[in-house]
Design a binder for this molecule. Structure first.
Ligand code: ASP
Ligand code: MG
Length: 432
């Protein structure tokens, strides 16, 4: 039997400081001694990425995207080298590689690049040489540089080989992509929580850890604010059939498996709640009710990369209508800058913004097969006296926009209303 290959990813809190790095190294050493080949992906230490962003913001309010990506990538270089050194001092052969050195190529979009391909030769060579390979997460090299550089590179190709980062939380994507490419036997995401919970346990004290969750449910939860895994990483796992294990780097306890959920047909419950405070609502008042107006509003936002989430257009009255929509709160200033000129150009009455709203969602594959979830959700919020400002749904999710200062209350009330603290019948049966 060939040696199993395990991909292990450690998030920022797991490598925050020398002591934690040494602890992570001991965990890696233990796994190595047990006989696996290891590829380890690390995030930047603690809040390093935020600190680097703040530093850049202190220099200029319009940092060059190329320079910013090179800067941000250094956070992961630090942690990768330090984990490698910690392994050396335990007598474990190891080498750190940057994303580009690990053969990761991207589409070249600064700040949110997508992985275009992985050339695994260097990683495989280091594994074959008996080393644990530590890869700096969250980064790669824009494609032109690598394949085409070889014999035929021109000066402009050389300039096109640029370090690009994969978007916040992107080390998860690095890990899952490497696991898929290398056909790893396991893909483990080590984090500061024990796994995926029915709700944020800091808010809902009786939140329960799930042993298994399907890709689609996990994507919805992550998309709606559950912070544990990056959405794109889950998507990549889904597409490539990589089972992802989310577990604590601080204790030895079983985590949560993200995989094709065989029991999905039998589940008839809401599986989890997610909430998100990074939301702002924009309302355009008195928008002329004629063809092309929505396009005029949302076109520039899309071009600027502002992700519009929920959109509600009221029934028109007297030739005009109101349009409300939500965007990430961190993009509010940018969105206002883009929309301000339109107020005059298109003849709106007014534009109002509200950054004190938040999203609360219920997610579960069972939602699509059974009626009554929406009624119970809205009824629960009504009983708590919480006003719903907007609603959106997918097949397996219902999302409401409410006032931010009622979020915790809403999460607790919904958790109780859907009895999420109780194991599902199919799980109880499976457990015997
Ligand atoms: N360090 C990056 C971030 O904070 C990437 C990651 O943590 O996965 O977003
Ligand atoms: Mg992180």
């Amino acid at each position: 039997m060939s040696t199993p290959l395990v991909v292990m990813k450690f998030g920022g809190s797991s490598v925050a400081g020398a002591e934690r790095i040494k602890r992570v190294a001991r965990r890696i050493a233990r796994e190595r001694t047990a006989g696996s080949n290891l590829v380890v992906i690390v995030s930047a230490m603690g809040d390093t990425t935020d600190e680097l962003l703040a530093l850049a913001a202190a220099i200029t309010d319009d940092p060059d995207p190329r320079e910013l990506d090179v800067l941000l990538a250094t956070g992961e270089h630090q942690s990768a080298t330090l984990v490698s050194m910690a392994l050396h001092s335990l007598g474990v052969a190891a080498i750190s590689l940057t994303g580009p050195q690990a053969g990761i190529t991207t589409d070249g979009t600064y700040g949110k690049a997508r992985i275009a391909g992985i050339d695994p030769r260097r990683v495989n060579a280091e594994l074959a040489a008996g080393k644990v390979v530590i890869v700096a997460g969250f980064q790669g090299m824009s494609t032109k540089g690598v394949a085409e550089l070889e014999a035929t590179a021109t000066a402009s190709d050389v300039h096109a080989a640029e370090i690009t980062t994969l978007g916040r939380g992107g080390s998860d994507t690095t890990a899952v992509a490497l696991a898929a490419q290398l056909r790893a036997d396991r893909c483990q995401i080590f984090t500061d929580v024990k796994g995926i919970y029915t709700a944020d346990p800091r808010i809902a004290p009786d939140a329960r850890q799930l042993s298994v969750i399907g890709y689609e449910e996990m994507m919805e939860l992550a998309h709606q604010g559950a912070q544990v895994m990056q959405v794109r990483a889950v998507e990549l796992g889904w597409v490539n059939g990589v089972t992802i294990e989310v577990l604590s780097s601080f204790e030895d306890a079983p985590g949560t498996l993200i995989k094709e959920d065989a029991l999905v047909e039998q589940r008839n419950k809401v599986r989890g709640l997610a909430h998100d405070r990074n939301v702002a609502k924009i309302t355009l008042v008195g928008v002329p009710d004629r063809p092309g107006v929505a396009n005029h509003v949302f076109g520039p936002l899309a071009d600027a990369g502002v992700i519009v989430d929920m959109i509600v257009q009221n029934v028109g009255h007297g030739g005009s209508t109101d349009i409300s929509f939500t965007i990430p709160r961190v993009e509010l200033a940018k969105a206002k800058r883009l929309l301000d000129p339109l107020v005059r150009e298109l003849g709106f009455v007014d534009m109002t913004t509200d950054s004190s709203v938040a999203k609360v969602s219920i997610v579960g594959a069972g939602i699509q097969n059974a009626p009554g979830y929406a009624a119970r959700m809205f009824g629960t919020l009504a009983e708590a006296g919480i006003n719903i400002e907007m609603i959106s749904t997918s097949e397996i999710r219902i999302t409401t926009i409410i006032a931010e200062d009622r979020v915790e209350e809403a999460v607790r009330a919904l958790h109780a209303a859907f009895s999420l603290e109780q194991p599902e019948a199919v799980e109880a049966a499976a457990a015997g």
